[in-house]
Design a protein. Structure first.
Length: 575
């Protein structure tokens, strides 16, 4: 937003403010002086009077008085005008109500201006037009300053608002064109969960502490800082090499509020030595760098570089080709079998539908490259529904070709559940393909439950009432409490593959797996372990009481025609 636009807003406010009355408080111990000033001022403003400093402070403290300006005589008995100004300054009232002092003493004029008075009028009052002009000018200047100040700074943190931040950053570049600057973005990941768990007031304390940390950094580096929105902050600072020091300084401020394990900061940087790009674009790149950080992998800092620029071009290509890919069925649905291992021989019990993209130019595109991209750009629902429809059709084909039903689970994201027609859509494709709801299972991630539990539970209960089975996917990767688990409507827990890695008899990883199995037993639901790759892992899980296994030990995701070999067979027969 430009300064011209702000001034236009101010002009509009002036017009609007003409509809409202302003009140001027005249404070003078001489009645004749009060009457003279009152007669002059009342032609444009409402007028109130006080005969001494104590009465003036009472009226000023009265929030309902609506005072826009104080005309204040300096020389008064008991509580002088200077005493009134000092009291107002101490209480921060001079930032709310401007004061014009009334005096004939030059020394008093200078002292009152130093204390914070807006202007002065000299006695005697022989030029009414000058008095009115000065009153009008002081009120307008003060109101304009308050308007600009209200939009210039974020109310909670007192850092710059986004509009002013970018204006000042651009001005900084104009003044110091040779100085290399860093566009820095700092974000507190999963901040909304912190707000939900500990309350909005506590969340505000976190944001204020982060702002204090940024101010400490600016004292050392120079530059400026602003709050973009919610839990994201911007800093524009002279180039440094040690970005970790920024994280450390903010964590230091957060240490009195959070444990070290609870702070999840990430920082993105873009450095433009030649300043070829506009400030806004540089911060866009810094935001991209920040958003690319996977906090769960222990990463904190990402610097935008040529590799990220190439990835941006690649992502743009994928986004542009998305619609054609849907129409041309470039997305292929593959099925990874799940085996029940509770008996002597593993038995095929169901499959998970997984999407793969065979791009006509790029070839095989990994799901971890395109799925997060589509989530960020609002395309994931269309892709998911494509997979849902293809999976329903495939269950029907297997039923017709093989004479048996192979249940399939499909992934349902948090975004999918937010759609008002999600239940109707799933019911429609199940009915159209002649399926039983129990054979069309739905996998919902644990993080989805924790992010919008009320909506999730409402939708899931509707789906379960129709006969669908619900699996909580990636259990253990989110932040659900044991108390939350008791209220979550689920039919199976799907253990995150991170639990399976490195399990050995008696080690901590195996103890965690055992704990998950006990939780599931208490809830009365089976456990599905995904990502199982070795015979040893399979045996350990079976001995611990795991019900169902999915992973490369049994099979990678397969095209429908290859998957059919498992139909009606156990693991040994299929091989």
């Amino acid at each position: 937003m430009s300064f011209i636009l702000f001034y236009n807003i101010i002009d509009d406010m002036k017009i609007a403010n003409e509809l409202f009355d302003r009140k001027v408080l005249i404070v003078d111990d001489e009645e004749i002086n009060r009457e003279i000033l009152g007669n002059i001022i009342e032609s444009e403003y409402k007028v109130d009077f006080a005969g001494n400093g104590r009465e003036a402070l009472e009226k000023i403290h009265d929030k309902s008085s609506g005072i826009s300006l104080v005309l204040l005589d300096i020389l008064m008995p008991e509580v002088s005008g200077l005493d009134v100004i000092k009291q107002m300054k101490a209480e921060g009232l001079l930032t709310e109500i401007p004061v014009i002092v009334l005096t004939s003493e030059k020394n008093s004029e200078i002292e009152s201006l130093k204390l914070g008075a807006a202007d002065f009028l000299t006695k005697p009052y022989d030029r009414p037009e000058v008095i009115l002009a000065r009153v009008r000018h002081s009120i307008e200047l003060f109101e304009n300053a308050r308007l600009i100040n209200a939009t210039e700074f974020d109310k909670l943190t007192t850092l710059y608002s986004p509009e002013f931040f970018f204006e000042y950053a651009a001005l900084f570049d104009q003044r110091f064109p040779e100085k290399t600057m860093d566009a820095v973005v700092i974000n507190f990941t999963r901040f909304h969960l912190l707000n939900e768990l500990k309350g909005r007031a506590f969340g505000d304390q976190i944001l204020s502490a982060m702002a204090d940390g940024l101010r400490s950094i600016l004292l050392k580096t120079g530059g400026l800082a602003g709050r973009k929105d919610a839990d994201t902050f911007f800093a524009y600072i002279p180039h440094i090499d040690d970005y970790k020091s920024i994280i450390e300084k903010i964590n230091e401020k957060l240490s009195s509020l959070l444990k070290a394990s609870e702070t999840r900061l990430r920082l993105g940087v873009y450095t433009d030595t030649e300043k070829k790009l506009p400030v806004l674009l540089r911060f866009d790149y810094a935001v991209q760098a920040c958003n690319s950080i996977r906090s769960h992998a222990g990463e904190e800092i990402c610097i935008y570089d040529n590799q990220m620029a190439e990835r941006e071009v690649f992502n743009a290509h994928l986004l542009e080709d998305f619609e054609a890919a849907i129409e041309q069925k470039q997305f292929k649905v593959q099925y990874q079998p799940k085996f029940n291992i509770t008996g002597d021989t593993p038995k095929l019990c169901s499959a998970e539908a997984l999407v793969r993209w065979i791009h006509p130019e790029l070839g095989f595109v990994r799901p971890d490259l395109f799925i997060p991209l589509f989530e960020e750009n609002g395309l994931v629902t269309k892709l998911d529904r494509y997979v849902w429809e293809e999976s329903a059709k495939q269950i029907a084909r297997w039923k017709k070709e093989l004479g048996m039903t192979i249940p399939v689970s499909v992934n349902v994201s948090r975004v999918d559940i937010a759609a008002p027609d999600v239940v109707d859509f799933i019911s429609k494709i199940v009915k159209e393909n002649g399926l039983e709801p129990k054979d069309y299972m739905l996998e919902i991630t644990e993080s989805a439950y924790t992010e919008d539990s009320k909506r999730i539970i409402e939708v899931v209960e509707k789906l379960r009432s129709l006969g669908h089975k619900i699996e909580m996917d990636d259990f253990g990767s989110g932040y659900s409490s044991l108390n939350m688990l008791t209220s979550m409507p689920i039919d199976a827990l799907k253990m995150d593959k991170a639990f399976i890695r490195n399990i050995q008899p008696g080690n901590k990883e195996m103890e965690l797996v055992t704990l998950v199995l006990k939780i599931a037993q208490a809830l009365g639901v089976p456990v599905i372990a995904e990502g199982v790759e070795t015979e040893e892992e399979c045996k350990l899980l079976k001995d611990a009481g795991c019900d169902i296994i999915q992973g490369y030990y049994f099979s990678k995701p397969l095209p429908p025609e290859d998957f059919s070999k498992y139909a009606g067979n156990d693991k040994g027969d299929a091989n």
